[in-house]
Design a binder for this molecule. Structure first.
Ligand SMILES: [Zn+2]
Length: 258
């Protein structure tokens, strides 16, 4: 299969998963089932059928409104679908082996859901963190074995341990400056980065902390946040991890060459 075809297929799966994540993001925080009942309009209860659930196209065709009561659906479903598709496409471009691609897409889907929920509720539901780890870990093991690089199973365990140790230390020292959801998320991120290279684990966390501090500082300067406003860290840790997947190695190499 040629690369553009692989990227297009990954993006299509991303749209479908992104559409499913809309349901996850809406229901998991309030403890509702993600399977039943089927999707319905939040305002009028209209049961959504196949024509309402085509990613992107349904939203554009109905201009982000319910087709019966015309209430505003909001832009979030569209953002989730496009973000997931973009992430899957980037991973397809970066990872040429199928098992690696599938493993990292599982991470991507989990991080999109966690980011959306953290921005909305300032919580990182442990169900999603654990589900992503439960799906991702066996996929990473298979990907390592397929490459005949079983040592990656060891480095992914080390990565999870390193990430947990770093965030746990910050959690204790900062006395609640970091949420326990962030501490639970860290080993998942460390597992993936450790699979690539354990040296990327601190790099990914640093990227995340810097991005969080930068945005927090900008909000403070702009007067949009007080000194005590809690800024969710989860989205920045997710962003830092994705950045480390693509350019963490280059950052490590550049530092070591000095
Ligand atoms: Zn409606």
């Amino acid at each position: 299969m040629t690369l553009p075809v692989t990227i297009a297929i990954a993006a299509a799966y991303g749209l479908l998963f992104g559409s499913f994540l809309t349901v996850v993001v809406d229901r998991v925080p309030r403890g509702a089932s993600i399977v039943r009942p089927g999707s319905a309009c939040g305002a009028c209860g209209l049961r959504l059928g196949a024509r309402d659930l085509v990613p992107v196209f349904s939203w554009v065709a109905q201009r982000g409104r319910c087709r019966r009561c015309c209430s505003d659906i909001g832009v979030e479903p569209l953002v989730l679908e496009v973000t997931t598709a973009g992430l899957f496409a980037l991973f397809a471009w970066h990872f040429r082996s199928t098992w690696e691609l599938v493993a990292f897409c599982a991470l991507g889907a989990g991080l999109v859901a966690l980011t959306a929920i953290d921005l909305r509720t300032k919580r990182l539901p442990r169900e999603i963190t654990y589900a992503t780890a439960a799906v991702g870990a066996p996929l990473l093991v298979v990907a390592a074995l397929v490459r005949h690089e079983p040592q990656r199973i060891w480095t992914m365990a080390c990565g999870a341990g390193i990430a947990l140790a770093i965030t746990l230390a910050i959690y204790v020292v900062s006395r609640g400056g970091m949420g326990d959801g962030d501490v639970r998320l860290a080993p998942l991120l460390g597992m993936y980065l450790g699979w690539l290279n354990p040296g990327l684990v601190p790099v990914g966390l640093l990227f995340g902390f810097f991005a969080g501090a930068l945005v927090g500082g900008l909000l403070l300067v702009a007067g949009r946040a007080g000194r005590t406003t809690a800024i969710p860290l989860g989205p920045f840790l997710a962003l830092g991890t994705v950045a480390a997947v693509f350019c963490g190695q280059a950052a490590v190499d550049a530092l070591l060459r000095r």
